[in-house]
Write a protein that binds this ligand. Structure first.
Ligand code: NBP
Length: 488
């Protein structure tokens, strides 16, 4: 093994799928990269298979790894999120010196990142929680990177992260998001939006497949076409690929032989929980998490099917509803676009609320910029989002941007029609439908919240505000039902 001279400008700890690809990306882009993995076989394999791609400095102990880094030392941790990350931080803190920078590139929960930064800062080292999106392929060829942590660390790290990030229109898909947990927070919401984006695509597929009776290969063609318009995105592109794929074992459409139980690793759930905590209705994201959970409740689903739950009067297909196939396909496209727009609008609301809660000063324009390339939700649509926040960084909601408002005027009727049809067909569209309810709630002149306040005052004397005068009021429900002002 190479002797540890301080020659590496960056180091990567953890050389599984993400770490090894990230290390190769650093090396391919002219950085001398130190590499270390708990089990040395992975380090040896990386250097053996890809050592010719650039300058690697392999190490078999954390001490040698740290010694091989130029000062201020910069090491990216790419190990399993949770306890493994804490263990590696501890080892690095021990071996590093004041001013060195530890970067956690895993999918950490942002509250862990806030805690870790405090602990690491107390020991005189810098800690940067960086969200990295794009999976294996992004890590190798250019991810979207969302670093938080101290701004001084960004000054040191910026150029090296820019050297490996995806580039769109000459702009690298990386920028300093904000202090402490801001980077991991934003990555969490990014993943939540990704859940919603995948679910709305799934709902569109379900409608075309079981409402319009189309075959997966035909639907693949529809998605290919959609990918050349407003919906142009990585997720639509790969959807067409998946739908066109034939199962090598049986010759059936692959999608038909895949068990319909979707997994999750937690970032969507965290986003939904955080939305609840912040009081931000991220209904599209939450419904997507629930949809995955319901899909995986296989025993309960089997019991429900076997129990023949009444379905009511259903139409067999769109023809029975008198809906033309071409019209339906276009309506579904528009409903998908509308529901996607709501999910993004809600996600940006959550980021704004989180940023305010933690004083992070996250700029939504930065996110729309760095999500245009490298990451899973990359899409043309993000250019529009960036333009919206460029025009008005204080937009109360993304859907209030004039461009998106005018888009919605073209989407709203098809969106309503699709939900009516889905209901008549008995096809579940949790995100399409809940997004429309959210939209109608936002627009509503009056919400039933007035009645809820009345109920709360009735059973719990929780008081209410009036529309016609200031103050807090209560009705003496159990006696003479007189009105009292409780804050007089
Ligand atoms: P994994 O999440 O599968 O983790 C495996 C790595 O963690 C191996 O290098 C393993 O070392 C190391 N490790 C473990 Br497990 N416990 C350790 C410990 N106590 N001390 C030191 N090392 C330990 O790797 P991954 O899929 O490459 O993901 C890395 C990070 O990137 C994760 O946080 C993940 O959530 C995040 N991420 C993944 C993706 C993706 O698409 N996979 C995308 C974006 C972010 P060993 O070889 O010695 O067992």
């Amino acid at each position: 093994m190479t002797q540890p001279h301080a020659t590496a400008s960056i180091g990567v700890v953890g050389l599984a799928v993400m770490g090894s690809n990230l290390a190769r990306n650093f090396a391919r882009n002219g950085n001398t990269v130190a590499v270390y993995n708990r089990s040395p076989e992975k380090t040896r394999a990386l250097v053996a298979e890809h050592g010719n791609e650039g300058d690697f400095v392999p190490a078999e102990s954390i001490e040698d790894f740290v010694a091989s880094l130029e000062r201020p030392r910069k090491a990216i941790i790419m190990v399993q999120a949770g306890a493994a990350t804490d263990a590696v931080i501890e080892q690095l803190c021990e071996a590093m010196d004041e001013g060195d920078i530890i970067i956690d590139g895993g999918n950490a929960l942002y509250t862990d990142t806030i805690r870790r930064e405090k602990e690491v800062a107390a020991r005189g080292r810098h800690f940067v929680g960086a969200g990295i999106s794009g999976g294996e392929e992004g890590a190798l060829n250019g991810p979207s990177i969302m670093p938080g942590g101290p701004v001084e660390s960004w000054e040191t790290l910026g150029p090296i992260l820019e050297s490996i990030a995806a580039v769109v229109d000459g702009t690298p898909c990386v920028t300093h998001i904000g202090p402490d947990g801001a980077g991991h927070f934003v990555k969490m919401v990014h993943n939540g939006i990704e859940y919603a984006d995948m679910q709305v695509i799934g709902e569109a597929y379900q409608l075309l497949r079981y409402g319009a009776g189309m075959e997966p290969a035909e639907i693949a063609e529809v998605f290919r076409e959609w990918n050349s318009g407003d919906l142009d995105s990585y997720l639509i592109e790969i959807t067409a690929e998946v739908l066109a794929q034939v199962d090598p074992a049986t010759g059936s459409p692959l999608v038909d032989v895949i068990v319909d139980a979707a997994g999750q690793k937690g970032t969507g759930r965290w986003t939904a929980i955080n939305g609840l905590e912040l009081g931000v209705p991220v209904t599209g994201i939450a419904e997507s998490v629930f949809a995955r959970a319901l899909s995986s409740a296989t025993q309960q689903r089997a019991a429900a099917r076997e129990g023949n739950l009444p379905a009511g009067t259903l139409a067999a297909d769109i023809a029975a509803l008198g809906i033309d196939r071409a019209v339906f396909i276009e309506d579904v496209r528009r409903a998908l676009y509308a529901a996607k727009l709501i999910a993004y609008s809600q996600g940006f609301d959550e980021i704004k609320a989180g940023s305010e809660e933690h004083n992070w000063n996250v700029d939504p324009r930065d996110l729309a910029t760095i999500w245009r390339g490298g990451c899973i939700i990359r899409a043309k649509f993000l250019d529009r989002i960036r333009e919206a926040y460029d025009t008005n960084p204080e937009l109360p909601a993304l859907i209030l941007d004039p461009y998106f408002k005018s888009e919605l005027s073209q989407l709203i009727d098809p969106w309503r029609r699709v939900i009516v049809a889905a209901t008549q067909l008995g096809l579940p569209v949790p995100v399409f439908a809940s997004s429309l309810s959210y939209y109608d709630s936002l627009r509503a002149e009056r919400l039933p919240a007035a009645l809820v306040q009345g109920q709360r005052d009735f059973f719990g004397a929780h008081t209410f505000k009036r529309t016609d005068r200031p103050g807090t009021f209560h009705i003496e429900w159990s006696t003479d039902r007189s009105l009292t002002q409780t804050d007089a």
